[in-house]
Design a protein around this ligand. Structure first.
Ligand SMILES: CC(C)(COP(=O)(O)OP(=O)(O)OC[C@H]1O[C@@H](n2cnc3c(N)ncnc32)[C@H](O)[C@@H]1OP(=O)(O)O)[C@@H](O)C(=O)NCCC(=O)NCCS
Length: 143
């Protein structure tokens, strides 16, 4: 089940974020996105009664952006990441967005495979975008 993120999800989402990313968003950053960013639409996906993943969608007028997506390692490769992306695309279309953008690490072949399977195409690369010096691939999808 996919539903909007709520205050009570802050703890579990922060914990999962720390497991999933070396440069994890802090609890303060996640709380900001949840409560104070008027452009942010955050979602969680539940499996077996627990939070299995989350996605932060930014809807910035005609442009949408996947700001963050992660699935708990024990729930990966069950189609949950794809379901969250489909939800984000549906929401962005409903909000009138024309394009969806995202950035992904050059080494993150799993995420790139997910995005490509959904129609995203590589637009450009940004050298040294991440704090460890890794390049980013910018991907775009026409909605
Ligand atoms: C990327 C991520 C969200 C994918 O979530 P997921 O639920 O495992 O993905 P799905 O099961 O929906 O996979 C959908 C498709 O993506 C591709 N894919 C997903 N994981 C993959 C992997 N490890 N290797 C290759 N392709 C992969 C496949 O095409 C897959 O379809 P298939 O299973 O029919 O082959 C998950 O790996 C994750 O949380 N990674 C850590 C956080 C992260 O990197 N976030 C993205 C930041 S840009």
């Amino acid at each position: 089940m996919i539903r909007p993120m709520e205050e009570g999800d802050l703890g579990p989402v922060t914990q999962m974020e720390a497991v999933c990313f070396d440069d994890a968003w802090s609890e303060e950053s996640i709380a900001f996105e949840l409560h104070d960013n008027p452009f942010c639409k955050p979602y969680v996906i539940e499996e077996d009664g627990q939070i299995a993943g989350y996605l932060f969608l930014w809807v910035i007028f005609e442009r949408a952006e996947i700001a963050n997506i992660a699935i708990d390692p024990k729930f990966r490769r069950h189609g949950l990441g794809r379901q969250l992306m489909e939800q984000a695309i549906e929401k962005a279309r409903a909000e009138g967005c024309e394009t969806m953008m995202l950035e992904v690490r050059l080494s993150n072949t799993a995420a790139q495979a997910l995005y490509k399977s959904m129609g995203f195409v590589e637009m450009r690369r940004v050298a040294g975008y991440y704090s460890n010096g890794e390049d980013a691939i910018v991907m775009a999808l026409g909605l």
